[in-house]
Structures are given as C-alpha cells and as structure tokens.
Write a protein that binds this ligand. Structure first.
Ligand SMILES: [Zn+2]
Length: 699
C-alpha cells in the first residue's frame, strides 16, 4: 500500500508524480485494473441519468406515500433488469407522513390569512401539480394558539440567551425564527424550553432571497412564496424514534422488537410550521417592540423588532398526526467473484419533500445508471472481486430513518463485511465537486478523481476540484444530516460523502425538473461524470489486492485534531496540561503506521502471500476503524459510538471530530478531560496493536 500524498506535499510534487498511484495493488493487478477502468469509462452511457431522473422525479413522493411506493417499484424493476439481485427491507416506523392541518393568520389588529404554499408559476409546469403540499415541518406538536410574537433571529442557543438577557419573556408567545445557523429541530427545542406557545420558521430574504440575487423562476434564490420544509426530530440517537439500537422490523413479522411509547421519547409538543418571507412580512410590518441588536436585522424592508407588542396577535394552528407507517429500503447486490463477503456499499435515499430532482434523486438516478453500466461491463466478462451493494434508503427526510434501521438490522454483518459506505445524497446537483471522508478513505478519493475527465474541459475531476492554486483539494470531515451516520458513527464503517453541488431551492416544491434543467445542471453531463467516478472508485476498492485504506492518515489527522482540541481547552483553562496519554499513543501510532505502509508496499511488489493470507490481512484492515467504536458511547447520546466523529449534537449538521472531547469544550468543562484522555488513548492503542499485528503478518 503506497501512500505518498501528505508526506510529499511539502516538496511541492506535481500531480503527475502520483497520478499512476494504485494503492493496494500489485504491479500485475494494477495492469489488469487499468484495463478494467479503461473499459468502465467507455461503458457509461451519459444519457441514462436524465432518463432515470425524469422517471423518478415527475411526481411528489414523500416517505409513506403511495407515490413513493411507486418509486420503490421502479428502483427494484430497474435494478433487477440490470442484473442486480434486489431485496426490499420493510420497516414499521413512527412517522408524521402528512402535514395534516396547518394555518397561520394575523388576527389583530387586522385579519390576514397567510399563504403557506409555493405559487403556481407559468414557467414551471411542475409547480401546478395537484399533489403538492403546503409548507410544513415533520414532528411538530399539535395545537391551536393565538398569541403575541417574539423574533428570535436564527433561534440558536445563543439567540435565546440573548433574548433572556434583553429581558424578553417568551412564555406563551409565538416565536418567529429564520432558517440558518442551526438545525431547525433545535429552534423548536429551544423555543419549547423557553416556554413558547408555538414557532414559525421562515427563510429570510437576506439569507436566501432577493438580497442574494434574482429569485425563482428568474434566478436561483427563494421567491416570496418558497418554503423550506424539513424534519424537527431532535433525539439523542438517529433513526426511528421508537426503536433506538434495534431495527424497526414489521409489527406483523416473526421477530418482535421492543418499542418505546411515543410519549416516552421526548418529541416536540408545541405547534411548529414554516412560512415564506412573503407571508411573515405581514407580521414584521406590524411589530412595535424594541429594535433588534446588531446582526439580527434581516432583509425585509422594516426595522426588525424583538417583540410584536400587545396589539399584534397571530394565530398558529397545526394538527399533525403520527402513525406507524411502513417504509422500505431497496438493496441491490452485485455479487463479488472472489470475495463476495466483502462489501463496497453506496447509497442515497429516495424519499423527497416534493419532486426531489436535486435532493435526493439526482443521486438515485446516477446510481441506477451505474447499475446498468456495471451490467454491460459484466457482459464483457468483467465482474468485481468483492461485492458491490447499492442502497436506496427510505424516510431519510424525516430523520435519517431507513438507512439507520437497515444498519441496525445488519449490524454484525456490516461490522465484519463492510469495506466502505459511499453516501451520494443529492450527488448530482450542480458542477462543484466536494467530498468529506473518514481519514482512511481520503487517499483513494484523491487517486481515483485523477482518472476522471471533467465534462466540457481538458482537465481531470481532481484538477478542477483542487483549483489552480492548491496542491491538494480539501476533503472535509463527515458531519450529520444524511445516511452515512449509522454506518460511520454507530458501527465504524469507513465512510465518505461526495457529490457535485450548485444552486439549490432546498426542500421547496420547486426542487423539480424545470429547476434542474434551467439552473441546477443544464448540461446533463455531471450525472455521467459522477457515475464514472463512483463506479471507478467502487471497482478500485472491489478489486484491490489489499484494501487501499490510508493508514498513516489516522496519525496525521489525529495529531491535527488533538492539537486543535488542546488549543481550545487552553483558551478557557490555561492550566490544562494536554492529552498526555493520547500524545504518546499518536507518536507510536505514526511510527507503526509508517512501518505498515512500507511493509505493505514491499509486499505488494513481491507478492508472496497466499489468497487466504490476503483475506486475513483484509479482514484485519476492515476491523481497524472499529478501534474508535466505544460501547459506552457519547455523553450526549450513547447511540453515537464513534470516538472519532459525530454530528454536532447542538446544530445537527456540522461535523464534530473527537466528539467526546468536543462536548466538554462546548460546555467549557474540564472534569472529564482525564477520563477522555484515557478513553482516546485506549482506542488509539487498540488501533496501534491491530496495525502491529498486521505488520507481523507482513513479515
Ligand atoms: Zn437528501
């Protein structure tokens, strides 16, 4: 296993020096693989992406709807036709599958019912679809309240603390908060904690509307009727609300799963809904309280105020039911010829808030095209050595539920068999490539993006991605907000999240084919490019003699993360002596990982191991990431078991590396730092020991 990228960076080596890098391959296998990849790149049919995207996103298809079951059937049919063995996994989950009743009106000093759905636009025939729903937030409580209003900026923890400092009483009021700054579910959580009677969330024109540029359909920004929908679920685990740690297997199935009662779970109780800025302006226009502090003013043409005053009354009425609803994951499998029990898994959810042309089904359409191209490759006699799996997840939008239930069901198998999980949610939404990954997956991303031509240019994907000025493109750390969560943060499967992005009308009824064709990706070339890259990456992983994980990167990245954490802690606790045990372990890890890298490179050159020995080495490699899986888990939620990364429990989306420690930092605490030094040192020591065992096997 050759890995040179980080080390050589300091010497400003040109990309050509490692352009031929095939980590994990013997010279003979590399030659074969180069042929396979050449064939693969000529097998992809760029027109199929559009065909599938059109078929998948012609009607709205929310999780739990009949329309979404039709999408499921299309997935099964397409995969089967392309020769992929497909299995449907049903789950019975608690789900608010429809908006129910939802209305907002100004009732005093004047009576104005407020619009809560996107306008029908002559330029966009999809906007007239009869099955479209008003704006809503899944997991709202039910209630009918009439009250005064308070403006809470983005509704973050800090914003609510500021209101308290300003002496604003939120009890019994309807809070108005704009989208941005945190996960919307936390706006509801904080509003409820401060005693609000209800919450209205809206998109401010300063954040995504006319202050940014032309609005839809002239441009890509939210018009006065565009509404962001979305889940409010904020539990201390991911997945079905009633079955943490367990798969939500069908109620009528043979295996009975113990379920919590909905009232035990701590769901939101106040009514919450979302409005467009064209509607909330009727409220803002009539507010009379104290002007807002700096940074709180938005883009509506009024001075924003903290309170509406006693004369302004708003009615908010939300009646939303939660039922047991059956949802379905579809898993397609391309059985490996030599190591069928080693799995390369890619996935994207298929449920959408409306049509889902960018989010999520651009990813779905690309994976279907990929499934078909792989079939053509197989007809030329080329089949992967390891198995490739394609997961189509249901009910992601309501709380990353379908993928989490599958991971919980397949927990033990995934632990043993999964090589990687590649998340492709909304993966073809524009032309700007981006990726985030666990450390061990970073190198193979860098290597494979160099093999892909970027459409309408003479450059590779890698070159366009890194830009003219940089040596190395930036690969982020995995956060929350999509289907990699359970794979990576609960089981410890090395994961990555990647795609091409662009303008977005995120979670509105306008995320449809008209928007896609006009603004998101009019060239229809990026679907083909992403298919080429994901296919090539999968084949590279599937056929490698040794799994091409970047082992030294663990040490490099850990060093950076611990230095950053220590700096943060010293900021509020100058006497902190640092993570002494961890630092010692990282130093040793670095040496052992370098030894492994050299030994593996030498081994691949001379190739003296039997197939059985190679299999043993690969099994040990798959186990490495599990060194970070800690049964006790995090203090903010024991379901989150990865010591390495989690989603930010205060904002939902952002990435937290070293989450055990980050949680202490967030509360400016020091009492558990010694404990964490021990727990992290223990994990790194385990990783180190496992790599040492590999080094023994390579002797
Ligand atoms: Zn999505």
């Amino acid at each position: 296993m050759k890995r040179t990228f980080v080390g050589l960076l300091a010497f400003a080596v040109s990309s050509a020096a490692w352009a031929q890098n095939y980590s994990g391959y013997t010279p003979a296998s590399q030659k074969k693989q180069e042929e396979i990849e050449k064939k693969w790149l000529t097998t992809t049919d760029f027109s199929r992406f559009r065909t599938h995207l059109t078929a998948l996103t012609s009607v709205p298809h929310t999780a739990g709807s009949v329309q979404n079951e039709k999408v499921r059937d299309y997935l099964v049919e397409t995969m089967e036709k392309a020769g992929w063995k497909s299995t449907v996994y049903p789950y019975d989950i608690l789900l608010p599958k429809e908006p129910g009743y939802s209305s907002v009106s100004v009732v005093a000093p004047v009576r104005i019912p407020l619009n809560n759905q996107e306008y029908v636009l002559p330029e966009d025939p999809y906007s007239a679809h009869p099955d479209l729903w008003p704006g809503w937030n899944a997991w709202s409580g039910s209630g009918n309240v009439t009250a005064e209003v308070v403006y809470a900026n983005y509704g973050t923890k800090a914003d609510f603390e500021r209101l308290e400092k300003e002496g604003i009483d939120i009890k019994g009021k309807i809070v108005l908060a704009r989208y941005g700054g945190n996960f919307r579910g936390y706006k509801a959580k904080f509003a409820e904690q401060y005693g609000a009677a209800g919450l209205i969330i809206y998109t401010d024109p300063a954040d995504a509307g006319y202050m940014k540029g032309l609005v839809y359909p002239q441009g890509v920004f939210y018009n006065e009727s565009s509404i962001q929908r979305g889940s409010l679920l904020t539990l201390d685990f991911t997945g079905d609300a009633l079955t943490p740690f367990e798969p939500a297997l069908p109620l009528d199935g043979a295996k009975k799963i113990k379920r919590l009662k909905p009232e035990e779970v701590g769901l939101h109780t106040i009514p919450v809904t979302s409005l467009p800025y064209g509607s909330v302006k009727e409220i803002f226009a009539r507010m009379t309280g104290k002007p807002v502090p700096a940074g709180w003013q938005g883009g509506l043409p009024y001075t924003y105020r903290l309170t509406g005053g006693a004369d302004l009354k708003v009615n908010l009425n939300v009646q939303q039911k939660k039922d047991m609803v059956r949802v379905y994951d579809v898993i397609g499998k391309w059985e490996g010829t030599e190591n069928p029990d080693e799995w390369i898994i890619m996935g994207c959810h298929y449920d959408a808030w409306s049509f889902g042309s960018t989010d999520p089904n651009s990813g779905t359409a690309m994976m279907l095209a990929l499934a078909e191209s792989m079939n053509k490759l197989a007809q030329q006699g080329i089949k992967p050595k390891r198995s490739i799996l394609i997961g189509h997840w249901d009910a992601e939008e309501h709380g990353v539920i379908g993928s989490t239930e599958w991971v919980e069901q397949m927990h033990d198998e995934l632990k043993a068999k999964a090589v990687t999980y590649i998340n492709l949610d909304a993966a073809v939404s524009g032309r700007n490539f981006g990726a985030s990954a666990s450390p061990s997956m970073k190198q193979v991303i860098l290597e494979t993006t160099q093999k892909i031509s970027f459409p309408d240019s003479s450059k590779t994907l890698f070159e366009v991605w890194k830009g003219a000025k940089k040596q190395e493109p930036n690969i982020g750390n995995l956060g929350g907000g999509s289907d990699h969560i359970a794979f990576y943060m609960h089981v410890g499967v090395p994961s990555l999240n990647a795609g091409v992005g662009g303008p977005t009308l995120y979670h509105t009824n306008y995320d449809n084919l008209t928007f896609y064709e006009k603004f998101a990706e009019p060239s229809f070339q990026m679907g083909g490019m992403m298919e080429q890259w994901v296919g090539l990456l999968s084949l590279r992983l599937a056929n490698a003699d040794v799994l091409p994980y970047d082992i030294p990167r663990y040490a490099t990245d850990l060093k950076t993360h611990f230095e950053a954490a220590e700096k943060q802690i010293k900021g509020y606790s100058p006497d902190f002596k640092g993570f002494v045990k961890v630092q010692k372990e990282i130093k040793e890890l670095d040496i052992i990982a370098q030894t492994f890298d050299k030994a593996m490179a030498a081994q691949l050159k001379k190739q003296t191991k039997t197939a059985a020995q190679m299999q043993q080495i690969n099994a040990k490699l798959r186990a490495l990431e599990k060194a970070f899986i800690d049964e006790k888990g995090m203090y903010f939620g024991s379901w989150y078991r990865s010591l390495y990364a989690s989603s930010d429990p205060f904002s939902g989306y952002a990435s937290w590396v070293l989450p055990g420690i980050q949680y202490e930092i967030e509360g400016k605490k020091t009492d558990k730092l010694t404990e964490w030094d021990g727990r992290y040192a223990g994990a790194i020591q385990q990783l180190k020991n496992q790599i040492s065992e590999l080094n023994q096997l390579l002797k």
